[in-house]
Design a protein around this ligand. Structure first.
Ligand code: NAD
Length: 499
């Protein structure tokens, strides 16, 4: 059987020329190659940029209501096709159907937010800043902007970016992850059906070659990136060196502090859901539970009990709660961390390394793993594992727990479990992390707030979506205006002062 090829989407249509280089797209549940994805050369990227550049000359002047109409139509289409989109996610990423639908729906909320662009992009107006002189500010699009996205949310993370960028009057080039590329093309088709003009949204597939061309292309004004920290830093440094506005969201190591007064059943449910949902391949996954005082002694049996009941399997199987990892190399890397944790002296309480899924021998599965007695020198504490490995660290006091979180170089998400309002208030005030949950393990902000971490979890000034998203994709212009009046005549070389 011929393998399907996933090609770029440029200038409002599927790209027809065949590529010189390709990557394999796996079905992670079976381990089989199910498609090839084209890798863009610099000249293919240039074609996409030219198309986006041409389209930007008219799209920036299209009325707000016409832009909004396209977004409303797109919102309807995504809602209507959410099950097909979720199916693509499970096929290429491996996540279970319910999780995939959840992802599409969180993306949908950003489209809904972008439908309010007429209100969101309003400027300010001051009358009589000087006598009969008015001043006002307007927000204008940047031109061509690019988005480079990770494998773990192939629908939602691009939707953090392009609905707002396009609503603001920019044109967009998406370089999705090469590991699960189909959803990007599916969305491009829906945008075209919604009435988006050719060139306003383009997809180039590929690897570093495509990314580097986007980073250096003089007609690309801004780059949004989401992915691992080393690449985020590279994107930020290279993009800004080429004069672009850049927001680059990186990796994470999210802690969940559990105080002794917490509802332990609730805390155990939360740690398991946030640690093993999407097989731990979420930037907001909990990877370290910091148990204070005697909390660990009560929590450990509850965690162990829940892990024993977790069902791991093909994401399409209704019984599965956790699917496979993205590919074999990543699966083996995560399993290697479990080996290292044992060697470094942590106590392996649940071991998922030998898990076998019936009928899916080739799949990239790893069962849930739980460590106790993890210390901050161990690699399983220090590194972002990005898999189903949860560690429990024991500390004596609440202050030690906060200090541990604040000493970590990553600062994406964090959670506190307690029933003490004062402790919660201290936490939100003192913790040095971008997104904070109080009895909420995955505190992903809604579309109308902004999403982003601190420190090594974000390079740049702007978080994504919410008001920060609108600000990132627009630049401010301040206008000072006076309508000619004979009373104003007369040369005056003095510096203009307010009269
Ligand atoms: P990744 O950094 O490997 O890849 C992200 C993107 O960068 C992909 O499109 C990829 O093609 C491209 N890329 C990879 N290597 C490159 C290179 N050397 N030069 C230029 N471009 C390159 O990340 P991933 O493995 O796809 O995703 C997982 C990572 O993303 C995790 O670290 C996770 O924490 C992070 N993530 C962060 C957030 C957040 O909001 N902070 C959200 C989701 C995922």
């Amino acid at each position: 059987m011929a393998t399907k090829t996933i090609n770029h989407w440029i200038d409002g249509k599927a790209y027809e020329k065949s590529a010189e280089r390709h990557g394999d797209v796996f079905n992670p549940a079976t381990g089989e190659v199910q498609a090839k994805v084209a890798y863009a050369t610099p000249s293919v990227v240039d074609e996409a940029v030219e198309s986006a550049w041409k389209a930007s000359q008219t799209w920036r002047s299209i009325s707000l209501s016409k832009r909004t109409k396209v977004l409303f139509a797109f919102r309807q289409l995504v809602d209507k096709h959410q099950h097909e989109m979720a199916k693509l996610l499970t096929l290429e990423h491996g996540k279970v159907t319910g999780d995939a639908l959840g992802e599409v729906n969180r993306g949908l909320e950003v489209i809904e937010f972008a439908c309010g662009i007429a209100d969101l992009s309003k400027g300010e107006y001051s009358e009589n800043v000087s006598t009969e002189v008015d001043s006002y500010s307007i927000r204008q699009p940047l031109g061509v902007v690019a988005g480079i996205t990770p494998f773990n949310f192939p629908a939602m993370v691009p939707m953090w970016m392009y609905p707002i960028a396009i609503a603001c009057g920019n044109t967009f080039i998406l370089k999705p992850s090469e590991r699960d590329p189909s959803c990007a093309n599916f969305c491009a088709e829906l945008l075209a059906e919604a009435g988006l003009p050719p060139g306003v949204f383009n997809v180039v597939h590929g690897d570093k070659v495509a990314v580097d061309r986007l980073l250096e292309h003089p007609k690309v004004s801004a780059v949004s990136f989401v992915g691992s920290t080393p690449i985020a830093q590279y994107i930020y440094e290279t993009g800004t060196r080429h004069g672009k506005r850049v927001q680059a969201l990186g990796g994470a190591k999210n802690h969940m502090i559990v105080l002794p007064d917490a509802d332990m059943e609730l805390a155990a449910d939360a740690a398991i859901s946030a640690g093993f949902g999407s097989a731990g391949e979420r930037c907001m996954a909990i990877s370290v539970v910091v148990a204070v005082g005697n909390a660990a002694d009560r929590l450990m049996p509850l965690l162990k009990e829940r892990i024993a009941k977790l069902s791991v399997g093909d994401g399409f199987d209704k019984a599965s709660e956790m699917g496979p990892l993205i590919n074999k190399a990543h699966r083996d890397k995560v399993a290697g961390y479990v080996d290292k944790g044992v060697a470094e002296g942590a106590t392996l309480v649940s071991d998922g390394r030998q898990l076998a899924v019936a009928g899916r021998a080739g799949g990239f599965f790893l069962g849930p793993c739980l460590f106790d007695n993890v210390s901050t020198e161990m690699s399983i504490y220090k590194d972002e594992i990005f898999g189903p490995v949860l560690g429990v660290t024991r500390v004596g006091t609440y202050d030690e727990a906060i200090k541990m979180v604040n000493s970590n170089p990553y600062a994406n998400g964090v959670a506190l479990f307690t029933n003490d309002g004062g402790a919660a208030r201290k936490f939100q005030h003192e913790v040095e992390v971008g997104m904070v949950g109080i009895n909420v393990p995955i505190p992903v902000p809604m579309a109308y707030y902004s999403f982003g971490g601190w420190k090594a979890s974000l390079f740049g000034d702007h978080h994504v979506h919410g008001r920060d998203g609108v600000h990132f994709y627009t630049r401010m212009k301040a206008v000072t205006s006076r309508w000619p009046d004979p009373r104003h005549r007369g040369v005056d070389l003095g510096f203009p002062t307010n009269k």
